[in-house]
Design a protein around this ligand. Structure first.
Ligand SMILES: NC(=O)c1ccc[n+]([C@@H]2O[C@H](COP(=O)([O-])OP(=O)(O)OC[C@H]3O[C@@H](n4cnc5c(N)ncnc54)[C@H](OP(=O)(O)O)[C@@H]3O)[C@@H](O)[C@H]2O)c1
Length: 469
């Protein structure tokens, strides 16, 4: 069997690729940035680089495929994400039909149309598009609510809330009922669906115990050994709720507001197809899924995180456009007493708990301002204090390129009007630190001139500190 996995660099996709690669099938990954595919599986799979908005790359990716997983969404793209998702799904379906793909497997969201948020409606629309040619290609459409696992956005929100607040004052929407599911169970269903003997399209609702967000908060606190009190507030506008969530947890306002939107209506399983067609999948209890997630975090074994992909219009490890940057500043420092290897080691350890060597307060203020504006700020830190790979976060940066011992390129995800990069190139006798900025219109230019003195101070001293023994 030849399998295509799209969304292979996303939260679910990375974990699924890990499971599928151990099977007997031939696995092809579809990724917008092939460099983001983890090294540990890179030599065991075929990689097709492309986007669903690039028909040529899509056609090549589906060529000769039997089962194609669709784990793509454009939620990070802004207000027109639903239009992009519609187009993306249609392009994918058309390519699959033309190539004679036998089965599409899609994972969408749980809920009902009448009460669904814009995000959920879009997920349903994608499912409908993918299922619209049952005579040409069969579609198995899974619908899941909250996914509980290390690094999942919902679990990270719950974990941070119970860790940071002794008294929780959640508004009414936290009492809405939902059926969370462990990420490992989601993977069980997805893996088994490729071999399922069934004719025609199928919608499979998946979920575990019926609980509320409030139950999840209290049970997680208990499992983490924390005593927490909940005092429900009668009203708190979704806008204010998402502001508080973004401030207290690593998720930016955009993700927080989508989560709150989806929590306002019940997300309960509507059919029993999971038990009928997948009776062998043993559901993991909510408590056990939390225990598993905590263990993975403590053991530094988190396989994927919700922010590994921004699911925007373009990949978040953007390298294109750097050549068009309007403001470019180079800082060269002699290596002095350090070897090139020692300097590179210092560079790849920047950020997170290590900090930025000098003026950490200014860096943190920068992060705090970004968080207040609805961005990530410093809340994501680093995956590992010593090691980096392409796609990793470094505070408000993403690793866009990494050439071991030679080059590190960080692409900014900070909320300002333009694109920015910070590049370090280590040569035999010097290190070159280059900052690039491409302003978006007049606002971008104004921003550049106002913040420039601060950038000079911070980046000059960073260049100096990097070569200090
Ligand atoms: N995570 C959850 O809690 C959850 C819960 C219920 C249902 N689901 C469903 O599960 C599915 C996967 O979710 P996820 O959380 O794994 O998403 P994710 O982490 O945001 O990943 C999205 C993936 O889509 C890729 N992508 C986006 N636009 C693309 C395009 N035009 N062409 C090719 N690739 C593109 C991204 O690539 P880049 O890395 O290049 O950005 C990334 O690999 C979604 O349908 C979602 O609705 C998820």
């Amino acid at each position: 069997m030849r399998i295509l996995l799209t969304g292979a660099t996303g939260y679910v996709g990375q974990r699924l690729s890990q499971r599928l690669v151990d099977g007997e099938s031939h696995l092809r990954l579809f990724a917008r940035d092939a460099k983001k595919v983890r090294e540990r599986i890179r030599n065991k799979v075929e990689i097709a680089e492309g986007s669903t908005f690039d028909i040529g790359s899509l056609k090549e990716a589906v060529e000769g495929i039997d089962v194609a997983y669709y784990l793509i969404h454009s939620m990070g793209a802004g207000d027109d994400f639903d239009e992009l998702d519609r187009l993306s799904a249609q392009n994918f379906l058309d390519a699959c039909v033309e190539a004679g793909v036998k089965r599409i497997v899609y994972l969408g969201g749980l809920g009902q149309k009448e009460t669904a948020s814009k995000h959920l409606l879009s997920r349903m629309e994608v499912g409908e598009i993918l299922s619209s040619k049952p005579d040409r290609v069969q579609t198995i459409w899974f619908r899941a609510g909250t996914i509980i696992g290390s690094g999942s956005s919902s679990f990270e929100i719950i974990r941070h809330l119970v860790q940071k607040l002794a008294v929780l004052t959640p508004p009414r929407w936290v009492r809405t009922l939902t059926q969370p599911i462990a990420i490992d169970n989601v993977l069980d269903y997805l893996v088994d669906s490729k071999d399922l003997k069934v004719e025609g399209n199928l919608i499979v609702d998946i979920g575990g115990e019926v609980v509320s967000f409030q139950d999840m908060l209290l049970r997680t606190a208990k499992l983490m050994g924390l005593k927490r009190i909940v005092i429900g507030l009668p009203v708190l506008s979704p806008g204010l709720s998402s502001f508080w969530l973004a401030l207290l947890t690593p998720v930016p306002t955009r993700v927080a507001s989508k989560l709150i939107e989806s929590l306002k209506s019940e997300t309960l399983v509507q059919n029993d197809n999971a038990q009928r067609f997948f009776p062998h999948v043993r559901l993991i209890s909510y408590d056990d899924s939390v225990r598993r997630a905590i263990r993975e975090i403590e053991d530094n074994q988190v396989l994927s995180r919700w922010y590994d992909s921004s699911a925007g219009e373009v990949s978040d490890t953007y390298r294109e456009g750097i050549a068009d940057a309007v403001f470019v500043e180079k800082r060269e420092s002699d290596l002095g007493e350090l070897t090139p290897e020692e300097v590179f080691k210092k560079i790849v350890r920047l950020g997170g708990k290590t900090g930025w060597l000098r003026f950490n307060v200014l860096w943190r203020m920068w992060g705090a301002a970004d968080k207040l504006l609805g961005g990530y700020g410093f809340s994501r830190g680093r995956r590992d204090p010593n090691e980096l790979r392409i796609g990793d976060t470094v505070d408000f940066w993403k690793v866009a390129d990494l050439v071991e011992g030679k080059r590190l390129l960080l692409a900014s995800q900070i909320k300002f009007p333009g694109k920015a990069w910070l590049e370090f190139s280590v040569e035999d006798e010097k290190v070159v630190q280059t900052s690039y900025f491409y302003p978006n219109g007049i606002l971008g230019r104004v921003h550049w001139y106002i913040t420039h003195p601060l950038h000079v101070l911070v980046l000059d001293s960073l260049a100096e500190a990097i070569v200090k023994p």
